[in-house]
Design a protein around this ligand. Structure first.
Ligand code: B12
Length: 247
């Protein structure tokens, strides 16, 4: 049998059925910020670098992260949740976001003296590390040294890092109900070792109710809370006080 037409020979069948994005629900009055959000949403890794560089000429890198990159990625999560986006689109969107974050971090990182150390990780068995990467960028942007343990980090490695680096606080990100249980194990081991620092846990899988059920646990709903929380810890807040203020 001969093929009547070659028009669809390179069709991405995994994307067939993905409806066009009809309405973007995030907007900004600033044209460059709007374009950056659009780039993340469309996963445009060719254009994102130039636009972020352009924004950084006269804009605070933190504003570019908060209002452009994070908001754009938030919209991508919404489009995934309502079935408009499929995984390939989410992945290229996250590539674009991370490229932008790297540029903002490069601009911010060098000029600040470090205010203290924080250990961050994504839960054992979990490779969803976008939230952790945002948190890392915000900590660095605010002058903290980040010991980034990465993703899928064994419980014992988190505990060992806390013992080694003696951070102001430790954070965890979990996006799966099957992986978030690692947090309670970390809390138990730290408590057993007599370590009494805040363990701020976030990510789509966890909730206030879950995190506040174990010792040291403080629920981090939004990455933007992370620098505020560590600043409070620098000012002497215990994990109980942090919990009282934020949860
Ligand atoms: C992107 C994505 C992926 C990417 C991950 C890329 C990466 N490098 O992270 C890829 C394609 C690799 C992937 C793989 C899988 N995924 Co996935 N994925 C998603 C998706 C679409 C978006 C998640 C995301 O990145 N959101 C954006 C980030 C920024 O959000 P966030 O991490 O929650 O962070 C925010 C807050 O929570 C908070 N926060 C986070 N951490 C912290 C920490 C602190 C200290 C603070 C203060 C705040 C904070 O701040 C951030 C916002 O400001 C979700 C669906 C969804 N709508 O959420 C599914 C989802 C998480 N995935 C899911 C699954 C099942 C999988 C797979 C198992 C699929 C498979 N069968 O292979 C694998 C996982 C393999 C593994 N072992 O981990 C499920 C999990 C279900 C569950 N509840 O257990 C979800 C919910 C999809 C679904 N509805 O089924 N996935």
């Amino acid at each position: 049998m001969t093929l009547a037409s070659y028009a669809n020979i390179l069709t991405r069948y995994d994307l067939i059925g993905a409806s066009e994005v009809k309405e973007i629900k995030v907007t900004s009055k600033d044209t460059v910020i709007q374009e950056i959000m659009q780039c993340v949403i469309e996963g445009d890794t060719d254009a994102i670098g130039g636009l972020v560089e352009k924004a950084l000429i006269n804009m605070d890198p933190l504003k570019v992260i908060d209002e452009g990159l994070i908001k754009g990625m938030g919209e991508v999560s919404r489009l995934w949740a309502d079935g408009t986006y499929y995984l390939p689109q989410v992945i290229i969107a996250s590539d674009a976001m991370l490229e932008g974050i790297d540029l903002c971090e490069a601009k911010l990182g060098k000029k600040m003296e470090k205010k203290g150390v924080v250990v961050t990780h994504t839960a054992e068995g979990d490779i969803h590390d976008l939230g952790q990467k945002i948190v890392n960028a915000l900590f660095r942007a605010n002058g903290y040294e980040v010991i980034d343990l990465g993703k899928d980090v064994p419980v014992d490695d988190v505990v060992a890092a806390v013992k080694k680096y003696k951070p102001l606080m430790v954070t965890g990100t979990a996006l799966m109900t099957t992986t978030m249980t690692a947090f309670e194990k970390i809390s138990n081991q730290l408590t057993h070792a007599g370590i009494d620092i805040p363990f701020v846990c976030g990510g789509g899988a966890v909730s206030n109710e879950y995190v506040t059920a174990y010792k040291l646990g403080v629920y981090g709903k939004d990455a933007q809370q992370a620098p505020k929380m560590i600043s409070d810890v620098s000012n002497g807040f215990s994990w109980q006080e942090l919990r009282e203020k934020y949860n």
